[in-house]
Design a protein around this ligand. Sequence first.
Ligand SMILES: [Zn+2]
Length: 390
Amino acid sequence: MSKLFAKSTVAASVLLALSGCASNPASESTPTPAPAPAPAGDDAVAAAPDLGSKRSLASFLQPSSEQTCFNRDTEPYTAVVDSHFHPRPFGGQAIPPETLFAYLDKAGVRFINYFGIGQILDMKSDCTYYLDCPGVSALPSIKNDFVNGMQTKAFPHDNLNIILSMTFIDLANPQGSAEMIALYDKEYPGMFKWAGELNVIKQALLKNNHQPATMASIDQWAPFMKVLRERGIPVTLHSDLGNDAEPTKFLPLMQHILETYPDNKIVWAHMGLSKELSKMPPDKHIAIMKGLLDKYPNLMLDISWDVLYNSYHEFGPQFVAFFDEYPTRILPGSDFVAAVNKAPTQYAKELDVTSRVNKFLGDEAFRHIALGENYFRLLDLPYHAPEICE
Ligand SMILES: [Zn+2]
């Protein structure tokens, strides 16, 4: 545990070099209006709620049958995996690593994907949240990935398994992406084991010069998709299904991706939902998801983002039945964005909201989704979820 709070002046100086006054997005596409001064350091850690499981990271290394069985009556329903997490904001300062690790530790999260945020705001701008500054470009970049690579190396910890992710790929202009992966291989050998979140079409970003992928650009992904496929690297795609006026407007893009790259491990972020699409009847949405899951065995769905839960039927009975029917195809996540001025309680809050559906799942789905079994098998990690107590 002591290593968790190890100090590093190297990474700290890298992080401090990125200055600016951060606004306070509740999650990637959710601004919280008033930026408030947040406590720092030990005060922030003390103020963070202690939600979590006391199971250590090491305990998950044992075969399932040798771990203490998981008691759903006394242990937390919050997921031990956060497969959709942004340790750095769109611009400005991030929560310092020691504080962030302490939040995660207290929340009982042991496995986490570090998504750089694939769209950094223009360096010439002081803006820190894209919705606050329409017209300022927010474009794919290697910047956050490289900081994340440095940070995970410089701040070692023994209770958290961080998976680094490549978020630089511009899906509308994919030329040179495979060559850029070669640069990552050189600078961070073997360290990046996920790709994304990459934006196919994200309506919320259109005012920040986001260029959606097209049928033609998808065909040009082949070189980098080949690298990902050969290495078994999953790719998380943010691809809006549509909007309330045209609920399936962008579905053909995702269909074309799945048809063209059926052997890639593709994770569809938020099941295609967004703030622009909140009124679709669950049955219709679920029918589309089932059709694609049945046809494409390598497709997984990510159910991250608290706004989804709040605005989209609170993942009611239809979703619970759906997740129970496809227990091996769902990944949990918060979509938290670690801007420096977030309240210490905010991460636990978002993890709690995105985990509420877990309470209602059957044991099999709970074990696969919340206790990490799906995540471990997707990444071929040496970890195992505990069995659920009788
Ligand atoms: Zn996200």
